[in-house]
Design a protein around this ligand. Structure first.
Ligand code: AMP
Ligand code: MG
Length: 353
């Protein structure tokens, strides 16, 4: 299959391309598209056959449910059995935006996409290409991240094409993603808002809106040995080709810790790649060639780090690195989402600085 990549600069000026994309979705095909979080691989969310195509193209485990993307409230009502008061509050504050709300589903939502759960994940993206595409399709769009299962999520059309070229007919190119990490998933089916996956809508933002006592975290996120309530969270994720180890700790100790570890690994004859801040990489110039460095932004600049981690991890795929070292961040604010992705990408291998 030939994959067409169409650049969408102005939604209003590209009605034809969006119409064609909507047509592909309505007839059961797949379209990759930008959102403010990462690129998604979309299919008609009410068509079980079409969604089966997503699992096949990605190699995604069938028990990992898909999120349904909607353009407006009437689409939420089309798929949610009830909209609990908690969900109403969260929608009023954060939708459209990088948050996914878990609610009880209506029967119109195919079993195939929820992995048999009685609930459905609903997200209203803010990105205007995503919104125009959902409107053009006229149905909720089921969309996981547009990568081969287990790999880092794509944050540009080029990175999407690296995984899906030849597997789908169309990629809409809306430029790089604003946030760069997936949506915050919040379960709204109980009396508290339970964070199942941290994201750009931070725990602190939820607490400010709802109060501390109304916000909880899925125990699986804070290290408890229990099955996560978001089925997809149990799988290996975001992994670069070479094994990654994180160095975590005080920012002021990072440079020394990296220098020591790079020299130690090189002494073992390993080719080392480093994904880290500008500040840490500056301290490695003497011992590491530039092509084995990936700069994820300035130390402490969490929005920039979030936007860069997946591309930085993927940048080593075609380089000769045997092992990778990555710099950890704080776990406050957006840092919680960053560290969640980095821990998974590294299989929880960590060194304390
Ligand atoms: P992805 O689309 O690849 O970002 O993954 C979607 C995430 O949402 C996975 O971790 C799923 O397990 C989770 N998810 C989707 N629907 C539900 C649901 N109904 N209940 C809990 N988690 C869900
Ligand atoms: Mg994903």
């Amino acid at each position: 299959m030939i994959t067409k990549i169409v650049k969408i600069e102005q939604v209003k000026e590209q009605k034809e391309a969006l119409h064609e994309a909507g047509e592909i979705l309505r007839s059961g095909g797949l379209v990759a598209f930008p959102t403010e979080t990462v690129y998604g691989l979309g299919a008609n969310g009410l068509d079980a056959e079409a969604c089966a195509g997503i699992y096949a193209a990605k190699g995604r485990p069938s028990d990992n449910p898909l999120i349904l993307h909607v353009a407006n409230r009437s689409m939420v009502e089309q798929i949610a059995a009830v909209i609990p008061p908690l969900a109403e509050k969260l929608m009023a504050a954060f939708c459209p935006g990088p948050i996914t709300l878990i609610m009880q589903r209506k029967a119109i939502v195919p079993d195939r996409i929820t992995g048999g759960l009685s609930t459905v994940g609903i997200r209203m993206p803010e990105n205007d290409v995503a919104r125009a595409l959902i409107q053009a399709a006229g149905v909720p769009i089921a969309a996981p991240s547009a990568n081969i299962s287990g790999r880092p999520s794509p944050t540009s059309a080029e990175l999407t094409a690296r995984d899906l070229d030849g597997r789908i007919p169309l990629i809409l190119d809306g430029g790089p993603c604003h946030f760069g990490v997936e949506s915050t998933i919040v379960d709204c089916t109980g009396n508290k808002a339970v964070i199942l996956r941290p994201g750009a809508i931070t725990r602190e933002m939820l607490v400010e809106l709802l109060g501390e006592e109304m916000v909880a975290m899925d125990p699986a996120l804070v290290g408890a040995d229990v099955v996560p309530r978001a089925p997809g969270m149990k799988y290996t994720h975001y992994a670069p080709k070479a094994p990654l180890t994180l160095i975590e700790g005080m920012p002021t100790r990072m440079v020394r810790a990296f220098q020591r570890e790079v020299v130690r690994l090189q002494g073992e004859g390993q080719v080392v790649g480093v994904m880290a801040s500008h500040e840490v990489l500056a301290g490695l110039k003497e011992i590491l060639p530039a092509e084995l460095m990936a700069d994820y932004g300035h130390q402490g600049n969490l929005p920039s780090i979030a936007a860069n981690i997946y591309e930085a991890l993927r940048s080593f795929d075609d380089k000769p690195a045997d092992v990778l070292l990555g710099e950890g961040t704080t776990d406050q604010g957006l840092g919680l989402a960053i560290m969640n992705r980095l821990h998974k990408a590294s299989g929880f291998r960590t060194i304390r600085a």
